[in-house]
Design a protein around this ligand. Sequence first.
Ligand SMILES: Cc1cc2nc3c(=O)[nH]c(=O)nc-3n(C[C@H](O)[C@H](O)[C@H](O)COP(=O)(O)OP(=O)(O)OC[C@H]3O[C@@H](n4cnc5c(N)ncnc54)[C@H](O)[C@@H]3O)c2cc1C
Length: 596
Amino acid sequence: MTMYKAPLDDQRFALFDVLGAETELTRLVGGTEHTRDLLEAVLEEAGKLAEQVLAPTNGPGDEEGCHYDKATRTVTTPKSFKDAFKQFADGGWTSLTNPEIYGGQALPAVLGAATTEIFQSGNLAWSLYPLLSEGACHAMEMHGEEWQRQNYMKPIIEGRWTGTMCLTEPQAGSDLGLLKTRAEPGEQDANGNTRYKITGTKIFISAGEHDLTENIVHLVLARLPDAPEGSRGISLFIVPKVKVNTDGSLGERNAVSAGAIEHKMGIHACSTCVMNFDGAEGYLIGKPHKGLMAMFTMMNAARLSVGVQGLALAERALQNSLNYARERLQSRALSGPAFPDKPADNLLVQPDVRRMLLTQRAFVEGSRALVLYTALQTDVEARAADEAARKRAGELVAFLIPIAKGVVTELAQESTKEALQIYGGHGYIAENGMEQFVRDARIITLYEGTTGIQAADLLGRKILQLQGAGFKHFLGEISAFCQQHSADAALRTLVGPLAVAAKQWGDLTLQLAQRVQANPEELGAAATDYLYYSGYVTLAYLWARSVAAAEAGTRSAAFKQAKRDTASFYFARILPRTLTHKAAIEAGVDTLPSID
Ligand SMILES: Cc1cc2nc3c(=O)[nH]c(=O)nc-3n(C[C@H](O)[C@H](O)[C@H](O)COP(=O)(O)OP(=O)(O)OC[C@H]3O[C@@H](n4cnc5c(N)ncnc54)[C@H](O)[C@@H]3O)c2cc1C
């Protein structure tokens, strides 16, 4: 059984000291609506729910898993889940960031990201049920019609229903242009809206069927009869599990059901379903053939949330491995006994154990700064009065999403691995709970676009196709920071290497752009190393900002020292990984010969 304590102080530091969230939000929204007091109070309540209700369900939920009944095609979730979901919905957490006109609380996305971290640390598998709903609401809000929002989105915001994203098919994973599910237009309903008949099979659908709510709203990608081939011929449909009458009441059961649930490596308590659509009734969202674009608007938020999942798992794994290292007595310090009255010293005296702990801490706090920074930019993009500010923030978000998803989830693999390693053989034993973090973490580099897809998105689309607009803003920010702090004694050892790494990042990008122009294969050969390179420099910048924020604030000397120590560790032992990635990028596509 593992423990969890919401890291409220670390979150406060990242939000208010490093990112200046209160000032930024007050500037954006005006008035005194989003005060620090309010944001902190929300975080505290989220912490209580996660610590007292969700965290205790994590291990037992994993052991119990989900159960599928073939006769009724229903899924039973672990027994504690229904009550946890009710408490979550009753607490208003399903409506936190949604618009007020649909029953939401319109709180900022950056607060949503911070509370999501807490809930996901509490129980990642459980948190997927409300998480997918957020994506579905976002798509309906952006692309749906008013009656669709009233009938399908509002009940989700009220916590009465959940939502799914039905994209993947057996032959269509990363390449959604290959999908085959069909949508045939049928008769009109009483309000004159065309009903479509959806037919096909989707696989790997998270929360596709469950017993937590009375209805599930599936957002389904399918092809209309006249659809062009490939990704330009995909439309998006709302397909409810239980049909909804025109007055919003529940009607008869729709022809959509779970054909099976997947038995998988981790997140056992989340039902991952094969969904069969047998002429199920649905409604088009947005324009015909523009479904993939509609899905992509919600994918930014979903990808950021998966980055937050990496942070959440790494945080909880760190907390447990740190406690264990304090208590476990083995061996003596290399320089002689540190606790001579005890039979052995604790693990913390071993430099190698400290290496593993500091790696985790550097990744966790750096990742937190990154996901919250990105989320805050989404608030600027959505709320700033000034159009230029909105545009700049949107470009920054587009650039940072593949890094926040791709890199934070990969670093979480290393973090959870090191956390288990600190437990030695005890980490491998299920009852200690550490192996669950490793298993659960594995999915996050796969769904919502694999790491390879994030890498291709960063280099191919965000840098080369969009001419690196967000990248230029970000490099500009780093450069301004380095100039501002060049004479700052506490930051001297950080600013120099950061400026060098950022300059090299720009040079490497230019060289790559030329090589890709000559041979497009170079893009694929470099993309993942480029993603990691970008991630390590991004975290270096945010670590330097964290030290600057700590020094400027009124926190204790020990707090400031901890920030300086972790940043020094990061710059000395982690940032040099960029050199390996640079060498791999420069080695080029010739080192990846074709395989017959
Ligand atoms: C537990 C779980 C939950 C899921 N939940 C959902 C859900 O709710 N809704 C949903 O629709 N889907 C869901 N998925 C599906 C998930 O999003 C896909 O599995 C994922 O997008 C990858 O597709 P694929 O598995 O077909 O792999 P493939 O697309 O076959 O990829 C295989 C490998 O090839 C690489 N590759 C493929 N194309 C490229 C390229 N162009 N450039 C570089 N590398 C490439 C990939 O990076 C990967 O390493 C879920 C999957 C799992 C396992």
